[in-house]
Design a protein around this ligand. Structure first.
Ligand code: C2O
Ligand code: CU
Length: 471
């Protein structure tokens, strides 16, 4: 396939983008006493517009990405995964505190669900927030094809907003005919570098949609980066959104940084803002993580005004101050050294119990390692009793950024590059630049086996994966 520059391709496909697309309708899932079936299956989706369906995608219930599931905190989620994909799959509920058997990690917490079979996921929704579900089996292929969706858990008393909008920013690698590129799935180049990158960026499955708002409206924006490896640093032009939650967890309200809202693979943010732009304005939401800022969507301000004086309720989510108490004195601790990748220093690692040299590792696509082990899951990084604090000191000794993710828990960074970090937000994922160190701390929750991995999906499959046991 010919390489097409991301921006060149975006320009070429602009003609096919649907004109005005608002965020998808958020439908409430089935009643709490019944299972809602999610049928995982091959689909075509109108990424480039209704006349140019993209073949080769996989998703749920005829769409890719899958449907938005919506519940209220305290309800029980009941989903029956019906696997009609041509290979086994399993669903991970990213960012949720849940029983280990529901975490959806084949080989660790359940068997992968074979083609033609079903698996029931049922668990109580302990936390309100913006979460997502995705395949955790061959995720670098299945998530790239669209086997994911959003899970919104509403607060018992949601903050008053005029629009609750979802912005799922994903990238897709499509060929000139708009088909999903299969040929490069698993390509060593992607695995050893920054992961599989797309050439078409969509928001809610459309290229550069317009989001219609009115002056004076209070918006809540729920952003998700479900991509394999794309890094987002989103800017909002003259709008000044307030960050009110990160990775589904309410945080101390703060403005989006000058450098943009940084979202690595798997990360989410909830923003709130009062639209103060003039009627008729069209404001780009742009990604400035790579070279020049590239618009991914536009906020289109309608001609009529909703209100001139903004609402006076605070731009914040309830409960942002409540947080588990870390006991760093008695914490169980571990070190995690990240190595490998192109231009790195790794010359050997253990794979399948065998010490192997770099060349042999390259032959089996195991080009990354944690503590000298390329993704074997035989022994946990640490064991920690439920309720105890654990810390992991992580060093990124590679030439690449990574998006570290912990299953079943939210953690806080307590130290970054040798300096204490007071009052960091609670997150389930964090970006780390080349050469950086960070110490994360969390309180062990449900007993079981919980993954800790880079969420850049080629990196985790290539060896950046370990787990911890909560006893
Ligand atoms: Cu969203 Cu182990 O991943
Ligand atoms: Cu990585």
């Amino acid at each position: 396939m010919t390489t097409i520059s991301r921006r060149g391709f975006l320009a070429a496909s602009a003609a096919f983008s649907a004109g005005l697309v608002t965020a998808p309708t958020l439908t409430r899932a089935a009643a709490a006493d019944g299972f809602r079936t999610l049928r995982a299956e091959p689909v075509s989706a109108p990424l480039l517009g209704p006349d140019r369906p993209t073949a080769g995608l996989w998703g749920f219930d005829g769409r890719a990405p899958g449907p938005v599931l919506r519940h209220r905190v305290g309800e029980t989620l009941r989903v029956r995964l019906d696997n009609r994909l041509p290979m086994p799959t399993a669903l991970h509920w990213h960012g949720l505190r849940l029983p280990n058997a529901m975490d959806g990690v084949p080989g660790l917490t359940q068997e992968a669900v074979p083609k033609g079979e079903t698996f029931d996921y049922a668990f109580d929704l302990k936390d309100a927030g913006t979460f997502w579900y995705h395949s955790h089996q061959r995720a670098w292929e299945q998530v790239a094809r669209g086997v994911y969706g959003v899970l919104i858990v509403d607060e018992a008393e949601p903050p008053q907003v005029d629009q609750d909008l979802l912005l799922v920013v994903d990238d897709w690698l499509l060929d000139r005919d708009g088909r999903f590129v299969e040929e490069t799935l698993g390509a060593l180049h992607d695995w050893g570098h920054g992961g599989r990158m797309g050439n078409v960026v969509t928001v809610n499955g459309r290229v550069r949609p317009d989001i219609s708002v009115r002056r004076g409206e209070r918006l809540r924006l729920r952003l998700l980066n479900p991509s394999n490896a794309l890094i987002l640093a989103l800017t909002f032009g003259s709008l000044r959104p307030t960050v009110v939650a990160l990775d589904g967890r309410p945080c101390r309200p703060h403005p989006v940084s000058e450098n943009g809202l940084l979202l690595g693979s798997g990360q989410r943010a909830d923003l709130m803002m009062d639209v103060d732009a003039e009627p008729g304005a069209r404001i780009a939401i742009a990604d400035q993580a790579y070279d020049d800022p590239a618009p991914v969507a536009h906020i289109a301000v309608a001609d009529d005004v909703l209100r001139e004086t903004p609402l006076d309720a605070p731009l914040a989510l309830p409960g942002f101050e409540a947080a588990p108490v870390l006991d760093l004195e008695t914490a169980v601790t571990a070190d995690l050294l990240m190595q490998g990748g192109a231009m790195g220093t790794m010359d050997e690692a253990v794979y399948n119990g065998q010490r192997m040299g770099w060349r042999d590792l390259v032959r089996v696509n195991r080009v990354w390692a944690f503590n000298g082990v390329a993704g074997d899951l035989d022994t946990p990084l640490l064991e920690v009793p439920r309720g105890r604090t654990a810390t992991v000191a992580i060093r990124n000794d590679t030439r690449w950024p990574h998006a570290m993710h912990l299953h079943g828990h939210h953690f806080r960074i307590v130290e970054r590059n040798g300096r204490p970090v007071p009052d960091a937000p609670w997150r389930d994922g964090e970006m780390m630049g080349s050469g950086e160190t960070m110490r994360i701390a969390f309180v062990a929750e449900e007993p079981g086996k919980w993954l800790l991995h880079c969420h850049m999906l080629e990196h985790s499959a290539g060896g950046m994966m370990t787990w911890l046991r909560v006893t």
